[in-house]
Design a protein around this ligand. Sequence first.
Ligand code: NDP
Length: 341
Amino acid sequence: NKQVILKDYVKGSPKESDLLIVSSTVELKVKPGSSAILVKNLYLSCDPYMGILMGEPNPSTSALMDVFFVPGKPIAGIGVSRVIDSDDPTFSKGDFVWGTVDWEEYSIINPTGSFKIDLNINVPLSYYTGILGMPGLTAYAGFYEICSPKKGETVFISAASGAVGQLVGQFAKLMGCYVVGSAGSKEKVDLLVQKLGFDDAFNYKEEHDTDSALKRCFPKGIDIYFENVGGKMLDAVLLNMKTYGRISVCGMISQYHLETRDIVHNLPVIMFKRLRMQGFASFDFIDRFPKFLEFILPYIKDGKLTYVEDIVEGLENGPAALVGLFRGQNIGKQILEVSRE
Ligand code: NDP
């Protein structure tokens, strides 16, 4: 059973060498009376929060999550798996489930936190790591619940081509908003405008004067900012917000691994422009999951939503795929395919 192990607590941005591939010879068997299930892991989700969990717990990050990765043990994340053996009457051999699993080929799990996948919903299984999973719920709750969007408003999204951003942009377009995204390469910018239907987009790595880029795209200002990166981007956006604008703080990936975080100079604008800025966590909205599925499935079925995935094959390529998130290597939702069946 191949596994991906955290060598030691990570300082700074995670590197491929912080993770190790090992082969465990422990035989995995479901014990009678354990209510556990044995699964084969097919798709593993690569998510930015996993980088935070590779570091030593500290008071600020522990406010969000209480289970950090343990040096010497496998890292864990959301995965799609096939049930091989079960001691839980609600799961049978051959069922597909999604939920938290260790990064390994086979896992024994307590399935109380896992969702059974309905195979009548005709979508790729990998969707349960993205559009039909945690990033999908994040985009849905973060946009509709936190941003209070209205038709015709102007919306800006950073890290716009990623797992969450690409959906927020499409939700905003479906609502009749004017939507602009920023991303870190020409290929991503083209994707936003040509494939995902954004009205405009810019490459923040080439266009260093973010304030000018925002003024060009939003001559009358921004009603809604969907924040994924933080730091200098937030500083420039604050200057371009309209009065009574809303900022949904989904993430601040540029700040997670800095020893000294960037100073945001323009925070007084929040008061001057009477902005509302709110952070949120997807798991706070888990009770909305059935409503979210009801909302999103017809759009997928009618081809009104596109979801771009970046699938890397082989557990041994997992460390590179995961740390690549922090360099913008992924184009769309980053997924690791451990096995196709
Ligand atoms: P993405 O698929 O967007 O991948 C991360 C992207 O972030 C990269 O591709 C890169 O895109 C960008 N990025 C990486 N490093 C930097 C940097 N230093 N400065 C600017 N941009 C950077 O990830 P997700 O869609 O899964 O997540 C997006 C954000 O949402 C993250 O901040 C994440 O932590 C957060 N999140 C929060 C959740 C919640 O519950 N609140 C749940 C899920 C995600 P580019 O090439 O465009 O720079």
